[in-house]
Write a protein that binds this ligand. Structure first.
Ligand code: ZN
Length: 542
């Protein structure tokens, strides 16, 4: 029998010994104020409480090594009673929030669901961006147009009246990418504006609930005064806000599928570099665990925990600019080759060219600089989806195989024309070293993620070396619910199951033989780049 406690006794003892409870106290006091949000009026759904439920929590941009910064008793309890993947990775490009959440929602790669990143040039050369006003609606429509089934669709195969909800603090694009497609889904996020602080953190103005057309939660939730909070608010407040909103919906409507993005480790990681500012990140991680605990507590108190599949995952990693590559020199070489970056582009290593026919010349021009921190430069065959290296490239196997796989996950008419491969902890930037973080680069630090499964049918206390990917979540949840999921890119993580189907195990084992060497190469390249032994990579089956 599973018996996850909100805070396990051994974890509490450890926390007290480490003095961490003192650090947590303000958060505990704060959360108790919001532990019982007001009940919402309104009709109940006909969906009853019996049967499987899904709680999916995305820890945005949380690197696995952040978990060592502070005790995380609620996450540790889930890990101890579930299955975790120590070499899990994003397993696709671009490793940023919209494509990752769209894949979490659909089980297919960006090349199929069409969300390449925050921005891209479409097949007619028009610039698509999710940053501008209306970007959320555009993202929702894109997922509908792709025609790919979603987690909510799967759940409704068994529970036609089930509510599915996607919530984020300030990240509309995370909530929409997770909750998009099925018109009955509710999508909720915090409308606010964010400013960086001199201490390397973020501050938010007044917060209020917001949604996108076609996905409106009940009006009583959107109008609930408890979700209107005056600023200034800190990063931890925004994650707490997202869980406040989730608890309101749970208490009133018991959504069968609840997806929550906790965004603030990403915000602080960008502003500080993450690993280069452990003090700030420790505070965020303690808060994340507190919020995870509040969610799990609701399921426990309602007697629903034993029927609930819990997925705790990060959508990508984060790397600090321990080394800068002068961006102007790179972009000058690009311009000298007879083309340039799309004028509206913000991405630096995934590049759409003003003249896509010049990809080969552009890749060669940047390669000729022989910048030591650039491993290689790929270009896309004009009109095709095949990525190539210019003659004389220094990039060697097995990294070539890893990059070929990753590039294939977004390759298509809308994918970038040029891709610059940087060494670990390197950014095309001019910031003071170690002061900022990004995650669009293609390294182990941006790809390595947290990945834990818990719930009915999941093996207890297992740590797997399988290189699980975001694309594996939907097939795995579908299999746990007794459903099959066609045309998927991922595999069922059968090694997490108490009673795996032998054919699903064989498929996964075959995939391990493909993916193991690729993940090892990425991990080992990171060790080479950082000048450390590849100790953490040795347990990868290759
Ligand atoms: Zn993210």
């Amino acid at each position: 029998m599973r018996k996850v406690q909100a805070v396990s006794r051994s974890a509490l003892v450890r926390a007290v010994r480490n003095g961490v409870l003192l650090l947590l106290l303000p958060l505990l006091v704060r959360s108790s104020i919001f532990a019982e949000p007001p009940a919402l009026p309104g009709p109940k759904c006909d969906d009853n409480l019996k049967g499987t439920r899904i709680l999916l929590v995305v820890l945005d941009a949380v690197r696995p090594d952040y978990l060592d910064l502070v005790p995380m008793p609620n996450l540790e309890a889930i890990q101890q009673e579930g299955t975790s993947y120590e070499h899990a990775w994003v397993g696709q490009l671009i490793n940023n929030t919209p494509p990752s959440h769209a894949t979490i929602n659909t089980g297919v790669f960006p090349r199929q669901h069409g969300v390449i990143g925050f921005e891209w040039a479409d097949q007619f050369g028009r610039w698509i961006t999710l940053f501008e006003v209306g970007g959320e609606e555009r993202l929702s429509k894109l997922l509908i147009q792709s025609g790919v089934p979603t987690l909510a669709d799967l759940v409704r195969q068994i529970y036609p009246c089930a509510h599915s909800v996607a919530i984020s603090g300030p990240k509309a694009h995370a909530a929409v990418a997770m909750g998009g497609h099925t018109s009955a889904d509710w999508i909720l996020y915090a409308s606010s504006s964010e400013q960086a602080t001199p201490e390397g953190s973020a501050q938010y103005s007044d917060v209020k609930p917001a949604t996108v057309p076609g996905h409106e939660p009940p009006a009583e939730l959107l109008q609930n005064r408890a979700l209107y909070e005056p600023g200034p608010l800190g990063p931890e407040d925004l994650d707490r806000w997202a869980v406040d909103a989730a608890l309101m919906l749970l208490q009133r409507y018991q959504p069968r599928l609840l997806m929550v993005n906790l965004a603030e480790a990403d915000v602080v990681g960008h502003a500080t570099g993450g690993t280069t500012n452990p003090e700030n990140m420790s505070r965020v991680m303690a808060s994340l665990d507190e919020q995870l605990g509040r969610l799990i507590d609701w399921y426990r108190q309602e007697g629903l925990l034993e029927d609930t599949i819990i997925v705790v995952i990060s959508d990508h990693g984060m790397v600090p600019n321990e080394r800068n590559v002068e961006p102007n020199a790179i972009f000058k070489a690009l311009n000298d080759s007879g083309t340039g970056r799309h004028p509206n582009a913000t991405a630096r290593t995934h590049i759409w060219l003003t003249d896509p026919s010049k990809g080969s010349e552009a890749a060669e021009a940047i390669s000729t600089l022989q910048e030591p921190a650039i491993l290689g430069v790929y270009y896309k065959e004009p009109g095709g989806s095949n990525y190539l290296l210019p003659p004389g490239s220094r990039l060697e196997e097995p990294m070539r195989a890893t990059l070929s796989y990753l590039l294939s996950t977004y390759a298509g008419p809308t994918s970038p024309d040029l891709v610059i491969i940087l060494r670990e902890n390197t950014l095309l930037a001019k910031w003071p070293e170690g002061s900022h973080g990004l995650h669009g680069e293609i390294t182990w630090g941006t790809q390595h993620i947290v990945f834990t499964l818990y719930g009915p049918g999941i093996e207890e206390g297992r740590v797997s070396d399988y290189p699980a990917r975001l694309v594996d979540i939907v097939p795995t949840v579908a299999s746990l619910m007794g459903l099959t999921f066609q045309d998927r890119d991922g595999v069922v993580l059968a090694d997490a199951f108490e009673k795996p189907a032998s054919e699903e195990l064989v498929v996964q084992q075959n995939m391990q033989r493909v993916l193991g060497p690729l993940v090892y190469a990425l991990c080992a390249q990171s060790a080479v780049d950082r000048g450390v032994p590849a100790t953490e990579c040795e347990s990868i089956t290759k």
